[in-house]
Write a protein that binds this ligand. Structure first.
Ligand SMILES: [Zn+2]
Length: 160
C-alpha cells in the first residue's frame, strides 16, 4: 500500500506514469484506488438552508453543474463556538478497476478517457461525492471550493 498526491483516483494513474512505472506495472498493481479529501463538517445544530449565492453559482458553473436554489449554511451557535463548522469529515472516492479499465491503462489511454469510461460505468467521482455531501448538508460548497475540489490538485490519493 502506498500513498501519493493527486487530483483524484484517475489522476493517480498519471502520477504513477510520471514516477516511471510503465502501464503494465500500473495495470497489474492497482486494484483499488481510494482518494479522500478532508473538509470541515457543517454544524448539525445550527445548519439551515439558504438561497444559493453568486459564488456558489460560479463554482458549479465552472464544474459544469446546475446550481440548486438553496444550499446549506450554518450561522454558528454555542455547540460550534459560532464557527458554523464542527469537526471534519472526508469525501471519499473508491475506484475499483475492472478488466476494461486495466485494458485501457495497458493501451496507454489518457486520464480523460479513463475518467469518461469510469463515469459511463456509474462510478461516483470525488467531485460527485463531494457535491452530494454538500447537497445533504454534511459540508458546504464553500468548503469544497476552498479545498479546490474540481479546480486544482490538492487531494490525497491512496493506492493499494
Ligand atoms: Zn452550530
Amino acid at each position: 500500500m502506498g500513498s501519493l498526491h493527486s487530483r483524484d483516483s484517475v489522476a493517480v494513474i498519471t502520477v504513477l506514469r510520471n514516477y516511471g512505472l510503465d502501464d503494465v506495472e500500473i495495470a497489474s498493481n492497482q486494484e483499488v484506488i481510494v482518494s479522500q479529501l478532508l473538509v470541515r463538517r457543517l454544524c448539525p445544530h445550527c445548519r439551515e438552508p439558504k438561497a444559493s449565492g453568486a459564488v456558489d453559482q460560479r463554482y458549479l458553473e465552472r464544474l459544469g453543474q446546475d446550481c440548486p436554489e438553496t444550499v446549506w449554511d450554518a450561522p454558528g451557535c454555542q455547540a460550534c463556538a459560532g464557527l458554523g463548522y464542527l469537526g471534519r469529515t472526508a469525501v471519499f472516492e473508491v475506484c475499483s478497476l475492472g478488466v476494461d479499465d486495466h485494458a485501457l491503462i495497458l493501451d496507454g489511454a489518457p486520464e480523460q478517457t479513463l475518467r469518461r469510461h469510469l463515469a459511463d460505468t456509474g462510478h461516483a467521482s470525488l467531485l460527485d461525492n463531494g457535491l452530494r455531501m454538500a447537497a445533504e448538508g454534511v459540508t458546504t460548497l464553500a468548503e469544497l471550493r476552498q479545498a479546490g475540489l474540481g479546480l486544482r490538485a490538492r487531494q490525497q490519493g491512496r493506492t493499494s
